[in-house]
Design a protein around this ligand. Structure first.
Ligand code: NOJ
Length: 756
């Protein structure tokens, strides 16, 4: 009884504390808005870039200084560095009439100046603490350098590796994607109370990852059930975690561009989900609605505001047309006020009205930017992001003796290691693999090196990959000379380590590929190396799953290394020599061929399911290829082995308000200590909306010493059994459920129960 009263009091106190802060903010913003002219209100809705950083569209703004002075700018991005930011804030504070502080944003996507693995790589760690720590660390570093807003996390679910932006997301699964979205928002924002935090921005709302044909900026179209079940959950998870802002996507939804889509931005985001932050467009997304076919600049700007967009990134459509639209009655003053209020509230929450220079502290910048502790986080994250796909004859880990031939265009390369979307990450701080290996072995082993091939010999592809600086350097030696050197070098070694892959800018924004194989000159290199008869360890770098059926055959061992950031070389060496036993698991399926795309683990059976491994007439299969991916979602090996016991269920019958416990014993039966990601999948066998053969509903990453066993238990409540029905209600239905527990989505260890 006493406890109940106490809890009641606590709730009352915290509720009133919350509403007091809210009320204070409201009266502050009310008072400020009373003083503001219409132009000044519209000015707050304007986000400009002077063109620093990476421009991701054709336009950058002009005359930014005078716009700031007249109060026509609400926030800036592309201004980097504490001194630059101070100058711009000073310009604003000493010239604009109402002295409303600006806030400063940037694409802090996988680290700020210290670069971490690309997000797709990080997701393969399945390590939420680690992921949260990378976001926290990036926030500390970026906020020390004057920033207060990051355009991250990118949580777009994607089933199509042709789309280059899969590099920036967390893969194909909504459950895992939601956990990661939450971890990142918490990591960036903390409680937003002190100046080590950033406003986060969930993007790209919504469905950007479903661009048709994997072609960037393309149309999307899907049923609402599919949207709710598979694509929307990570955005919702970010909202539930309190994300301060959301960025609209470039694509249309149901024929209406996301930036002008009232159903999306108001009905779903604000009304259904209770989002309290502000909505910013993607780069010139309002203007792009003209090309979509939604009207001229005045029309599309009004449409965006009416839909619930608050801030216009770069396009200046709001700035130049909203006043006229208001006169014509196309929008209301209330709409402008609402948007302006949301921006001012963000500034209030950042504490900028108390101190516009709160984030601008050169002492902090000098201490935090590129500090040693951040590099350590980068290395810890990097080793956890590597996925071991194959390890014949236990070739890995390598012994630190004899002669190792390190070959390949990415083996001694700095410029690609930071990966795509590392706007502030300077390649000069990258540790190349050659250096990392030399650091690790010292004089214990002899390391030979040859480049072996260019990343690509295709001049057009190289040109596109080099837009942000040289990523593909064409060697003065001819391809044949490079190859010959490599073979001669390999012949002198006991083992070959070939570091091959894409250039970093062959994935990322506007980097879709219709052919996602390894460039053919590199496959030729691997074939020649294989001919030497030496064990061939392939370290594959890419921003997406590649089609590597042939290369995986050639490799004795295969490590999927993505792009791992500044500490790449040291991290790869840690894994190669077994200082770290790989524990990553794929978060996107690896297709056997492009023709199989989309290929994903949570597929539906169809009415004519393929008999696994068999091709039959009148079955849902291809004539020429199996339906299964080359490597499935959730897959990844270790230097040790993990055995799973049968699943034991606490009951075989359950009901909506009961919990079933599913337990397995996992044993490390190999020769190394190691970590395993134990995964739980659910199959709802009969439902009013057909369900996929498996849905991830839980995972636990555990550490087992060699020889050790651990019990792992999953609690299965009604929540894990629900789906979106055709009324878009989140329901469970009675019937039989089968669960699978194992180390990959192809786990066959199963048990069934009935939901009454
Ligand atoms: C365009 C990209 O789509 C988005 O992700 C990014 O945040 C903005 N440009 C700003 O750089």
């Amino acid at each position: 009884m006493m406890r109940k009263i106490f809890i009641g009091w606590m709730m009352l106190i915290s509720f009133s504390a919350f509403s007091q802060t809210d009320a204070k903010m409201k009266s502050f913003v009310d008072a400020l808005m009373k003083k503001m002219t219409l132009d000044e209100k519209i000015g707050q809705l304007n986000l400009l870039t002077p063109g620093g950083g990476i421009a991701t569209g054709a336009v950058v703004n002009s005359d930014v200084e005078s716009k700031i002075k007249t109060g026509s700018v609400g926030a800036m991005f592309g201004t980097i560095g504490v001194d630059n930011i101070r100058r711009v804030q000073q310009l604003n504070m000493s010239n604009s009439r109402l002295k409303i502080p600006l806030f400063f944003g940037s694409d802090v996507i996988h680290g700020y100046k210290t670069t971490f693995p690309i997000p797709l790589a990080l997701s393969c760690s399945w390590d939420m603490n680690m992921i949260q720590k990378t976001a926290r660390t990036a926030a500390i570093e970026a906020s020390a350098d004057g920033l207060s807003w990051t355009f991250s996390p990118m949580v777009d679910i994607a089933r199509d590796p042709r789309w280059g932006r899969v590099a920036e997301g967390a893969g194909e699964d909504p459950y895992l994607g939601s956990q990661i979205a939450k971890a990142m928002v918490i990591g960036y924002q903390g409680n937003l109370k002190d100046s080590t935090n950033l406003l986060a921005c969930v993007k790209h709302f919504a469905l950007y990852g479903a661009a048709e044909g994997g072609r960037d900026y393309n149309t999307t179209d899907m049923s609402k059930v599919k949207m709710y079940e598979y694509y929307l959950p990570p955005y919702k998870a970010a909202v539930d975690a309190g994300v301060a802002s959301a960025m609209t996507s470039f694509n249309e939804i149901d024929g209406i561009p996301a930036t002008g889509n009232k159903w999306l931005l108001t009905d779903l985001l604000r009304k259904q989900w209770g989002f309290k932050g502000f909505v910013v467009t993607d780069y010139t997304a309002i203007n792009e609605m003209i090309h979509h076919g939604s009207g001229d600049l005045k029309q599309v700007s009004a449409m965006a505001l009416r839909a619930g967009t608050d801030m216009d990134m770069v396009g200046e459509g709001f700035l130049t047309t909203l006043k006229q639209s208001l006169k014509e009655g196309k929008i209301t003053l209330q709409m402008i006020d609402d948007a302006c209020r949301r921006i001012l509230e963000a500034k209030y929450k950042l504490g900028l009205f108390n101190n516009p220079y709160r984030y601008i502290d050169s002492v902090r910048a000098a201490k935090e930017v590129l500090s040693a502790d951040k590099r350590q986080v980068s290395r810890d994250a990097a080793v956890r992001s590597v996925v071991l796909l194959k390890n014949e004859n236990q070739t890995l880990p390598l012994k630190m003796n004899g002669t190792i031939a390190l070959i390949g265009p990415l083996a001694n390369n700095k410029s690609n290691m930071v990966g795509t979307w590392a706007v502030s990450g300077d390649s000069k701080y990258s540790v190349p693999v050659l250096e990392g290996i030399k650091n690790a072995v010292g004089s214990s082993a002899n390391i030979l090196y040859a480049k072996g091939a260019n990343i690509t010999d295709d001049a057009d592809l190289a040109k596109m990959a080099n837009v942000f600086g040289e990523k593909v350097d064409i060697d003065p030696l001819s391809p044949d000379q490079l190859l010959q050197q490599a073979v001669e070098t390999a012949a002198k070694a006991d083992v070959i380590v070939a570091v091959v892959g894409e250039a970093s800018e062959m994935s990322g924004e506007a980097a879709s590929r219709s052919d996602i194989s390894l460039p053919s000159n590199q496959t030729r290199l691997l074939e020649a190396l294989k001919q030497t008869g030496k064990p061939l360890v392939v370290v594959l770098m890419s921003g997406r799953p590649l089609t590597i059926a042939k290369e995986s055959q050639l490799a004795t061992s295969l490590l999927q290394a993505w792009f791992l950031g500044h500490e790449t070389g040291n991290a790869i060496a840690d894994v190669l020599f077994g200082n770290y036993n790989p524990s990553g698991k794929l978060t996107m399926s690896f297709p056997r061929s492009v023709g199989q795309i989309p290929v994903y683990y949570n597929y539906k059976n169809t009415g004519r399911p393929q008999d696994p491994g068999k091709k039959d007439k009148f079955r849902s299969n291809y004539l020429d290829i199996d339906n299964s991916p080359l490597y499935p979602f959730g897959y990844g090996l270790s230097y040790t082995n993990f055995n799973y016991s049968n699943i034991s269920l606490s009951d075989t019958v359950t009901s909506a308000n009961k919990t079933i416990r599913a337990t397995v014993t996992v044993t490390n039966s190999g020769n190394y200590d190691g970590e395993e990601v134990v995964q739980l999948y659910v199959w709802d066998e009969v439902a009013s909306v057909t369900q996929p053969v498996k849905k991830l509903k839980g995972f636990q990453k555990i550490f087992l010493k060699k020889g050790e066993s651990k019990q792992v238990t999953f609690n299965i409540t009604n929540e894990e059994l629900r789906f979106f029905n055709s009324d878009l209600k989140w329901v469970s239905e009675p019937g039989r459920f089968t669960i699978y527990i194992g180390g990959s989505s192809d786990a066959s260890n199963k048990a069934s129960f009935i939901l009454k």
